[in-house]
Design a protein around this ligand. Structure first.
Ligand code: COA
Length: 702
């Protein structure tokens, strides 16, 4: 990776003397960008390009080349890759389009295969290049003029990436790196993140993702990176149509958006809703100091926008300083009689510019106030020139000490101030929500440091689980029978209702006495699949007498339903008392690997889709967060005089299933449905568990 971001020699294969061609543009950007190493234009017909000696092939260059930028038409790419391999070039950035994104997957696979054979790594194909501030290298065909700074952008969309170069200039955003990943035939986001997390110049990473290839690795890498640096992601495909467009655009799979959203949150990634929001966040995050605590103070000259800012703080998770006595003391010098020193601190329209500056100074100097939200409504007496200078001074005093955001509201005067200060990098916005949103992102990013690490499955009997799966796999089955699934559940400490199959009435009575009343009884016949329809199920049997009656009724009903049915006997099972019905499961997502799910049963999951997802395995804390994140959570907290349910016990089951699915990669689906959750302290009971697996996966396991 070092040789990609700080190469000791760059070849541009397909460099051209024709200024309209991409191969020309790349050479020009490399030279204009101030790259300190040697650049070798490769073109069989030219002697010299932009003042640099040209070579017919990379192999004709004697010096060491670390990086090759390939800008030849698709049909020529394969021999070029082979030649670069012979030359010992470490990395190739293949700009050429016309591979898997248009269905030419085989051609792309061949290129990767040839590259692998000679140890060459590939970025692309179908990319616009790479910019690295560490080497002052602009090996893109973008407009040039990228300013160095602390933000690394990794983008799957080339067009958006090129447009971002222009936007970074207009937003005065400096970049540490800009990488286009295109078709991700070899190197993907995870590889780049592993480099960027250790890169000293990079303070924050912005990812634009359309489709995810190795989602499991991406999530794992992201959870590690976000502990050290903030990562902001924009992913297209939020809407169903958007997802389809993204999938066809990149030829890769766009993971279901709800899953993506939950996994990103769990990995500590900040997901922005728009490119503008993402830009606002990364710009603020790359510059703002780390807040020394959670509490923010809103200073305003207008009550209305103060209230709006309070709402925005709630939405973006920004806490407000609430010590009334200290607030009154801190602002007493600037507060008019009719103002309010409650937070939001309202200086009213009477406040002069110097009152305003003084109030912000008070926030800066108070050790319990950790960040400031400065709101200003234009007044009849506002003087733009004065005000602009004032905000500039306030920002200069805050910078490096406490985070501050400004929101200015008014006419052309305010619009001019906003434009001027933004161009200087001051975090000033027109709308209150726009101002609070980056501050919220900063706080959320800060909370990543104490996210829990990975859990282990040490307390589970995985040997038993594997034995059962292997035996079932030998029979060519991809699912477990009820008794096998129950044994797996037992091995991870989850008990299912006890049950016995009885062939005679006498056996049935004995089984019920052993299990203990109340019991459930079901007909057992391979000819009767829908037992309830056949009148083959009896619930809540309280004693021997009820059981004997029910036994006879079940046999009678079954014979009437299907006279030819062979009846093996009845199953007598423990009656599980009703509780709040939940569903807990883990299933293997094609893009992200095992994903844990929690939801309330019945209509809540089927109609309202009220479920939460996280990457498995989940920690205790994450399991609790998942449960608390569903809309129907109040039902578990207890409604209408009912007590709180045993949420801890439900979280334990969730954690266990997720650990199991993570440890036994052959399990593709495991679902406990329903899991009855009882009152606090009374635990949970699994009523049924279903396990699907892929016997082939087991063979692949190391
Ligand atoms: N070695 C070295 N040079 C070679 C070569 C080889 N094997 N084969 C061709 N060349 C030279 C050509 O002679 C030409 O130089 P010239 O102008 O001196 O004749 C140069 O390489 C470029 O080849 P050309 O045939 O003119 O192609 P082009 O510049 O029109 O297009 C691509 C090449 C790669 C730009 C084009 O195929 C493409 O993929 N465009 C899309 C790029 C894109 O959008 N990428 C994704 C961005 S997100």
């Amino acid at each position: 990776m070092q040789r990609l971001f700080a190469p000791r020699g760059v070849a541009v294969i397909g460099a051209s003397t024709n200024s309209a061609k991409i191969g020309f543009r790349v050479v020009k950007n490399i030279i204009d960008g101030g790259y300190g190493g040697s650049v070798y234009p490769i073109n069989p017909k030219a002697d010299e390009i932009l003042g640099q000696a040209a070579y017919p092939s990379v192999e004709a260059v004697e010096e060491m080349i670390d990086l090759g930028i390939v800008a030849v038409p698709a049909a020529h790419v394969l021999p070029v890759v082979a030649s670069c391999g012979r030359k010992g070039i470490a990395n190739l950035v293949i700009l050429t389009s016309g591979f898997s994104e248009v269905g030419k997957t085989e051609e792309e696979r061949c290129i990767v295969e040839v590259a692998r054979e000679s140890g060459v790594r590939i970025l692309g194909p179908n990319v616009f290049g790479i910019y690295s501030a560490a080497a002052s290298l602009d090996a893109t065909f973008g407009p040039g003029g990228i300013a160095p700074g602390g933000v690394a952008i990794v983008t799957q969309s080339g067009a958006l990436g090129i447009a971002m170069i222009g936007k970074t200039a207009s937003e005065s955003l400096g970049l540490s790196a800009l990488v286009s990943v295109g078709n991700k035939s070899d190197l993907g986001e995870a590889d780049l993140l592993e480099y960027l997390v250790a890169d000293e110049l990079t303070r924050v990473v912005l990812l634009y993702i359309e489709g995810v290839k190795d989602g499991e690795r991406l999530v794992r890498t992201l959870s590690q990176v976000t502990r050290k640096k903030p990562v902001v992601v924009i992913k297209s495909g939020r809407s169903k149509r958007g997802a389809m467009a993204a999938a066809s655009h990149t030829g890769s799979l766009a993971g279901a958006d709800a899953v993506f959203d939950d996994l990103m949150r769990e990995a500590g990634v900040l997901r922005a809703r728009s490119v503008q929001e993402a830009f606002d966040w990364v710009r603020f995050l790359s510059d703002a100091p780390t807040p020394q605590g959670d509490e923010a103070v809103i200073v305003t000259n207008g009550g209305g926008i103060g209230v709006l800012a309070t709402d925005a703080c709630e939405e973006y998770g920004v806490q407000l300083f609430d010590e009334q006595g200290e607030l009154a003391e801190a602002f007493k010098g600037v507060m008019p009689d009719f103002g309010s020193s409650k937070n939001p601190v309202d200086l009213t329209g009477q406040a002069t510019a110097s009152d305003y500056a003084e109030a912000l100074e008070a926030v800066l100097e108070h050790s319990g106030m950790h960040s400031a939200i400065a709101l200003y409504c234009e007044t009849a007496t506002s003087q733009a020139d004065q005000f602009e200078g004032l905000l500039r001074d306030v920002y200069a005093r805050y910078r490096g000490r406490k985070p501050i955001v400004f929101s200015l509201f008014g006419g052309r005067t305010m619009a001019d101030v906003i434009r001027t200060l933004r161009a200087e990098g001051v975090p000033v916005y027109g709308d209150v929500y726009e101002a609070v949103s980056p501050l919220g992102a900063l706080y959320r990013a800060g909370r990543n440091e104490d996210r829990p690490g990975r859990e282990s499955a040490d307390d589970m009997d995985l040997a038993t689980v594997r034995r059962i799966l292997t035996a079932a796999g030998r029979e060519g089955r991809g699912f477990l029978l009820a008794d096998e699934a129950a044994e797996v559940a037992g091995a991870i400490g989850l008990s299912l209702p006890q049950s016995r199959v009885a062939r005679t009435l006498k056996d049935a009575v004995a089984a019920a006495q052993m299990i203990g009343y109340p019991v459930v009884m079901k007909i057992v016949s391979r000819d009767i699949i829908h037992k309830s329809d056949a009148g083959g199920v009896a619930l809540d049997l309280q004693d021997d007498a009820e059981l004997i009656d029910a036994y006879q009724a079940l046999i009678r009903n079954a014979k009437a339903y299907k006279p030819s049915a062979v009846i093996t006997g009845v199953e007598v099972a423990e009656m599980i008392r009703p509780g709040v019905e939940t569903i807990v499961g883990v299933s293997r997502d094609p893009a992200f690997g095992p994903v844990a799910m929690f939801g309330l049963g019945g209509i809540y999951v089927e109609v309202m889709k009220d479920v939460a997802f996280r990457a498995a395995p989940v920690s205790r804390r994450t399991a609790h967060e998942m449960i608390a994140s569903i809309r129907s959570y109040p039902l578990l907290l207890g409604v209408r005089g009912e007590g709180r349910k045993d949420i801890d016990a439900a979280a334990r089951v969730l954690r266990k299933l997720s650990l199991l699915a993570d440890a036994c990669r052959e399990i593709s689906d495991i679902e406990v449905n329903p899991l009855a959750v009882y009152d606090h302290g009374e635990g949970v009971r699994a009523v049924d568990v279903r396990i699907l697996f892929d016997p082939q996966e087991e063979v692949k396991r190391p």
